[in-house]
Ligand binder design. Sequence first.
Ligand SMILES: CC(C)(COP(=O)(O)OP(=O)(O)OC[C@H]1O[C@@H](n2cnc3c(N)ncnc32)[C@H](O)[C@@H]1OP(=O)(O)O)[C@@H](O)C(=O)NCCC(=O)NCCS
Length: 457
Amino acid sequence: MFDPRSIPADQSAIDALRGQGLDYRQVDHDDEAALLAWVQAETRGFHHARPEAPELRRSLQVARQRNVRAVYDPTAHDAAVPVATVDGWPSGLSVPGGRSVDAWAVSGVTVSPTHRRRGIARALLEAQLRYAREAGAALAMLTLTEATIYGRYGFGPAASAATVVVDRRRVRWIGPESPGRVQFVEPADLIAKAPAIARRAVSRTPGEIDRWPGFLERHLGLFDPESAGSRAIRVARYDDASGQPQGFVAYTISREPNVPGVVECDLLVAASDDAERALWRFLVEQDFVTEVRARLRSVDEPLPWLLEDPRAASMHDIVDHLWLRVLDPVVALSAREYGASGTLTLEVTDPLGHASGGFVLDVSGDGRAEVRRTDEARSGEVPDAPGSASRSGRRSRAQAAHGLRLDVRELGSVYLGGVRPSVLARAGRIEELSPGSVALADRLFAAPRTPHLSIWF
Ligand SMILES: CC(C)(COP(=O)(O)OP(=O)(O)OC[C@H]1O[C@@H](n2cnc3c(N)ncnc32)[C@H](O)[C@@H]1OP(=O)(O)O)[C@@H](O)C(=O)NCCC(=O)NCCS
């Protein structure tokens, strides 16, 4: 496994910030005081309260695994506290077809309000993209606070998420019975099995990323088990008919005396459709509650179809949750499966240069693609026509191939199948190079399952 801490600090970022009297460097993972100062700066940067000791311990444990970078101002009142933070780490990203592609997660991007709009975030982000390439990542990815920040670095919104709100009083279940059983388990008992269940759940949903050390412990309240927040967390597990765990849900119920509560759910992990249905049913059929609120759910939940009154479940706060930035189009496009066969040329522009060029996507009947740069195709020839028997044959350029011209941001948006190329073409953000190309792109990039990311990172 590639160690993200092994990458030396990016020289372009060092030079760019030195010009402003600022010091960009790697935070030493063995220097606890420096890491703590980084965590405090990041927490302040996101406008959170100072973290309590257990949260600090958790953050330290996580930061130690990552590429942690900071910017210091030697003239500041407390020069040991960074004026800007960022971290990154390699992570798999699930793509249509069930594979995982090597990607690079970026997080913790903050610049102190005392140092804003001097180009610090730009230096941090551009360096992270170079680290990602050094780590061999085909894409960079992030979740973000504001949708106006990251397009300039080539990121595009790729998977949405929503809060599902269920009116408990209108719930009447009409879905199938799941053959297994749901039972309460203590978080400490679940933790041994939870990562394996989560891995299977992640692999069946494009857009989900590998979890990181401590993620499940945090959501199950295990970092701070005696705090009021952790003691409020209840956990239920679904086991299939043969007794194999296939999913779990962690939730709390807000509770005033003599008033029905509200179920708050931030983690519903299902490795099978049965598990998903059974856990939803468990949540929405609870007595003495008025409402169930589940955050970061798919915009394509099957839940309304499981209820007699589909309007009992409504979708709120739909956001562009996962943003992707393609760095290596050949590797990224080769990793996923496609919804149809055909040949499509992509002319990609990338102001930062990582992904620019022409690419031929040649998808065969099994949905797998052969991808190559157009300059690797023999001159005067283009790849086989859609449906032709041989991949190796060529036809003349007179029979123009289907093609699109698009920016790397749009490539990131269509990559998982969460945004249809035709929508971006209607918005003038994808240019069709020959008639029928957008329709073909819609068919190719369609994914059997709507992409979804169920966590913040
Ligand atoms: C977002 C943030 C990191 C930007 O830092 P910064 O150092 O001021 O940004 P830069 O000076 O490098 O700006 C780079 C570009 O981004 C733009 N930009 C920066 N922040 C922006 C924002 N919040 N909204 C829109 N544009 C923004 C700048 O105008 C500049 O544009 P240009 O390329 O056209 O010149 C900083 O405002 C911050 O810490 N915000 C609070 C925490 C946060 O939201 N972090 C993002 C986490 S996902």
